[in-house]
Design a protein around this ligand. Structure first.
Ligand code: SF4
Length: 383
């Protein structure tokens, strides 16, 4: 059986907005990335911790399983902290019920009654009283994912309802995305009636996507599409520079700068997708007219630093001059002491200086800054 559904929940935003993408992607090879592998590993660690907490698992088995995962080349100690945050979130939800709820981990969820052959794996489900929690752990830190109106989560919830609605009188669904590297979890609530109405509304598009019908439509959802570099529909939307060419010289206005910058964000992402594609095609021996692959810059390094430094010491160089004594980073200290001890011992020694000004779209949650002093800063507080 295919491990991935054509209409997978994680790609739902894509096939709902661009139905033929589901069939087009099937014709292209699946690729992976360092980030995807890192995410898979963090998921496995999170799953192990949640299993150990909610199901019987001896400490020996847990340590040996964890060790196996920690041996992965993608492992980073930071994963332990972030997966703790995931476990803590689930614990808090599970303990919010007056009697122990039903908990399912890594459950296959079938929503083929909505999207042909559709299924996916829900990270964690909690059912108690009339509430169903659908919890998803995301390790990425590039793009914050919101729970509100999230079609992946809604399809998981529909799969869970299909399986559990006969056993539990579920009336409300709470969708939760735990993305600990980007801050607080995102939560959203929807009634079962509204969820079922949404499911009915997407059925025709799901059918179209399954059959490869409908119009190609480019948007934010192209970001992870396998066709993102070569897709013609996407290429045809990249008109930011054409608009720029049509403007009257000699200077463009700030309104125009804002407009071009906004449209150029997608252009930038598309160009980087094309560069990535072209490099990999060239390395595989294909021709991209006007381009070639070359070796990038690299720095000299010792084959064996210890041996090289031994030579220096034997040649009479003072060892004290060869090594630097540097304090470890604040994050490393916090890992060493743990968060509670850290704030107890060092809380008053920590400051967070303002970050370097950076350009962000208007929708960004951070407050706008300017180098101009405010009236209060310039003239002091009125007494
Ligand atoms: S790149 Fe975008 S427009 Fe093209 S198939 Fe994929 S989702 Fe559709």
């Amino acid at each position: 059986m295919n491990a991935h559904a054509k209409l997978s929940a994680s790609k739902a935003e894509r096939w709902l907005n661009c139905p033929p993408s589901a069939c087009l992607e099937e014709q292209l090879p699946e690729t992976t990335s360092e980030y995807a592998e890192e995410g898979r590993l963090a998921h496995a660690i999170g799953e192990l911790k949640v299993r150990k907490h909610f199901y019987p698992m001896g400490p020996k088995k847990y340590s040996s399983e964890l060790k196996k995962l920690q041996n992965s080349p993608h492992y980073n100690p930071e994963m332990l902290e972030h997966t703790d945050a995931y476990l803590e979130f689930i614990q808090a939800k599970a303990h919010s019920f007056s009697s122990p709820p039903y908990i399912a981990i890594e459950r296959r969820l079938d929503y083929s009654h909505i999207a042909p052959e559709g299924f996916g794996t829900g990270d964690c489900l909690i059912i108690g009283g009339s509430v169903l929690y659908v919890i998803d752990f995301k390790y990425g830190k590039g793009v914050p994912v919101e729970a509100e109106g999230n079609p992946q989560m809604m399809l998981y919830a529909l799969g869970a309802l299909k399986e559990y609605a006969m056993l539990y009188a579920i009336e409300t669904v709470r969708l939760c995305i735990v993305q600990p590297r980007l801050g607080e979890p995102s939560e959203w609530e929807i009634s079962v009636a509204d969820l079922l109405a949404w499911a009915e509304s997407i059925k025709p598009r799901a059918q179209m996507a399954y059959e490869g019908k409908g119009e190609f439509c480019a948007g934010d959802w192209c970001r992870f599409c396998r066709a993102k570099a070569l897709c013609r529909a996407r290429a045809e939307t990249m008109t930011a520079l054409e608009a720029f060419g049509g403007m009257k010289p000699p200077l463009i206005s700030n309104d125009e700068v804002g407009d071009i910058l906004r449209r150029a964000q997608t252009l930038k992402a598309w160009v980087s997708d094309l560069e990535e594609y072209a490099l990999s095609a060239l390395l595989q021996g294909e021709a991209i007219p006007g381009w070639k692959a070359v070796e990038g810059r690299s720095n000299r390094q010792f084959v064996d630093t210890d041996e090289a430094f031994k030579v220096l010491v034997e040649a009479g160089y003072d060892e004290a001059l060869l090594y630097e004594r540097k304090p470890i980073t604040l994050t490393a200290v916090e890992k060493l002491t743990g968060k509670t001890k850290f704030s107890e011992l060092l809380g008053s020694y920590v400051v967070k200086p303002p970050g370097k000004p950076t350009l962000a779209p208007e929708t960004d949650k951070r407050e706008a800054v300017t180098l101009n002093p405010t009236a209060e800063e310039a003239f002091g507080k009125a007494s």
